[in-house]
Design a protein around this ligand. Structure first.
Ligand SMILES: Nc1ncnc2c1ncn2[C@@H]1O[C@H](COP(=O)(O)OP(=O)(O)O)[C@@H](O)[C@H]1O
Ligand SMILES: CC(=O)OP(=O)(O)O
Ligand SMILES: [Mg+2]
Length: 566
């Protein structure tokens, strides 16, 4: 069967309530022209789409009003706007990004509703019968001409009011050299439900830490969060008890589990399916991250004993940093120690750095081989990574997550001569000194009060000197590590702030960037202080772009698990 093509330019569907805000009370659309689908029409009205990165003006509204507002754009539009819309059928909007709609009378901040339209064929039941398909079946479509392609995953929509037409967006049409009214051929019929159930997966993401266990259940590949939680642990609550609570809370089947493993040393360059051999390898390097790996592994064993039949995937903090050159990862100690014991810098927070750097590439619309990025993960743990060609080139953490920048309770880099000195002066064992450096140092150690930056800021504003001192030292260390990264990359095109402090503290971001103007770093105070969520916070004249990007390690983990198990 031959089907005429209808190329859908970007467009907007609105609820009456949103139309009233944007165009005025009790608003009635003015019809510009009827569309091929009966009852649907293009309106005279247009709106501006305002995303975190950019805006697109004069976007057509389609009538009549609907029970939901929806914005259908192309992938190219997504890069302009700075949103990451998934491919969805109309009305399937859960977990989709939003943006701001700006009209002549007002504006509307959508929480969700931006999609890449699922390419589809409108069919009358008679057409469907002739083709032998039913509503929601998937077919493939063959185009002709010098850019001919076969497009799979074309959704059939059958309704007595529809007339035969193949809808694709402008990106797809341009790639295939198609124009309105061209004819395409349906060449293959597949069962929609079979395909969907074959590829759909519910992935449980687990981040087992020493003080808490965080979990998220994702519906993949749609990346919808179905359930999530954060359970605190204490000495009196065992991991088995925490897991019982999680498995009691999670509803429905689980098809795969992704586990955060902090240390993979140089044994793992990427995420892997967990086998007995992999477990042994992870164990063999656990002494390198004593605060993290043993509890990560305990979590894997606990989850595998409860879900033995399904795949479990390990996602390593260290994997992203495996691209560092020896000049970055070697310590200037006898080379034999590297050869014999693999003593070198590994780096951590890899899933977080990887996520924010990929988002920065999309937001700035610059290919990764043209982008030098400094990624600052500033949470309770802190690391600064210099990234080029989309790969880690150098990072502040080391053999263990104790190294680098000052952190909440960790010292970061210190003169190693301090360790035996303190052992002697205080009569402490090496274990006790290490415990001090991991758990009683950093912001907590200097302030003597807390490692929580919110409390420290408040105390400092009230004149608490040690709180002020702790913050001064913290900011100075970050400032210096950004300087190191600038040197390592020979300048940067962008700096990213992420994690609890990087995402939320405008004051610290401002103080860290102060004195970096020589390097072309200028903040936009309004964006820094008043904006929220993912955004550019540099002045538009700043040669170096500064971004706030909320991290999403769990999403990176869910994607890896899905790819490895589907
Ligand atoms: N609004 C805020 N302003 C300043 N700091 C904040 C804010 N919200 C959270 N933080 C800080 O973020 C830190 C925790 O970061 P987070 O990334 O959640 O840590 P982790 O996951 O490593 O435990 C804490 O120091 C907390 O005070
Ligand atoms: C590796 C590391 O430091 O992780 P976190 O920040 O979660 O403690
Ligand atoms: Mg539409």
């Amino acid at each position: 069967m031959r089907v005429p093509v209808g190329v859908s330019n970007r467009h907007i569907h609105l609820t009456q309530a949103h139309a009233d805000i944007l165009f005025g009370r009790d608003y009635r659309f003015k019809k510009l022209k009827d569309l091929r689908q009966p009852g649907q029409y293009a309106c005279e009205e247009t709106l501006t789409l305002q995303g975190p990165k950019g805006a697109i003006q004069n976007v057509r509204v389609l009538g009549p009003v609907r029970s939901y507002s929806q914005v259908e754009v192309s992938k190219t539009d997504c890069f302009v706007l700075g949103v990451n819309a998934p491919v969805r059928d109309s009305g399937d909007l859960e977990g989709t990004p939003g943006l701001r709609l700006v009209g002549p009378k007002g504006s509307v901040e959508l929480d969700a509703g931006v999609i890449l339209p699922f390419r589809h064929i409108h069919l009358h039941p008679e057409d469907a019968a002739e083709l032998g398909v039913q509503d929601k079946d998937l077919v493939a479509v063959k185009t002709s001409g010098e850019r001919s392609v076969i497009l799979e995953n074309v959704l059939c929509r059958v309704h007595p009011q529809y007339s035969l037409e193949f809808h694709i967006d402008t990106d797809e049409a341009n790639a295939a050299g198609l124009r309105n009214g061209d004819l395409v051929q349906v060449i293959h019929v597949d069962a929609f439900h079979e395909l969907r159930t074959f590829t759909a997966q519910r992935v449980l993401v687990l981040n087992c830490g020493s003080s808490s266990v965080k979990y998220k259940l994702y519906q993949m590949p749609g990346e919808v969060i179905l359930q999530q939680g954060n359970l605190e642990r204490s000495e009196s609550v065992s991991l088995a008890e925490v897991f019982s609570a999680i498995f009691a809370a999670v509803e429905g089947p689980i098809d795969g589990v992704a586990h955060r493993i902090v240390h993979g040393a140089d044994l793992f360059q990427a995420s892997v399916l967990i086998t007995p051999e992999v477990l042994e390898q992870i164990s063999s390097v656990s002494h390198l991250a004593p605060l993290h790996n043993p509890v990560n592994l305990e979590g894997v064993r606990e989850a595998m004993s409860r879900l033995p039949e399904i795949p479990h995937v390990a996602v390593f903090d260290t994997a992203f940093h495996q691209t560092m050159p020896p000049s970055s990862y070697l310590y200037a100690i006898p080379y034999e120690l590297y050869e014999k014991h693999r003593i070198r810098k590994y780096g951590f927070h890899g899933s977080s750095h990887r996520y924010v750097v990929e988002r920065a590439e999309q937001l700035l619309d610059i290919p990764n081989d043209k982008l030098r990025v400094i990624s600052c993960h500033i949470g309770n743990g802190v690391s600064v990574t210099a990234v080029r060609n989309g790969q880690s080139y150098d990072t502040s953490m080391g053999l263990t997550p104790l190294a680098g920048v000052t952190m909440g309770t960790r010292s970061g880099n210190i003169d190693p001569g301090i360790i035996p000195h303190v052992e002697q002066l205080e009569g402490m064992s090496t274990g006790e000194v290490l415990d001090m450096l991991n758990n009683k140092s950093g912001l907590l150690g200097i302030s003597g009060v807390t490692n929580d930056v919110r409390e420290l800021l408040e105390l400092a504003h009230q004149g608490h000197e040690r709180a002020q001192l702790a913050l001064d030292l913290f900011v100075t260390k970050l400032h210096k590590y950004i300087g190191l990264s600038l040197a390592r990359l020979n300048g940067a095109d962008a700096i990213i702030f992420t994690a609890g402090i990087g995402e939320n503290s405008a004051e610290l971001r401002e103080r860290i960037c102060q004195g970096l103007e020589y390097a072309g770093i200028f903040l936009d105070p309004q964006q820094n202080w008043e904006g929220h969520g993912e955004r550019l916070i540099s002045s538009r004249y700043s040669p170096v772009k500064v971004l706030v990007i909320p991290t999403n390690e769990e999403l990176v983990m869910a994607r890896d698990a899905y790819q490895l198990t589907v």
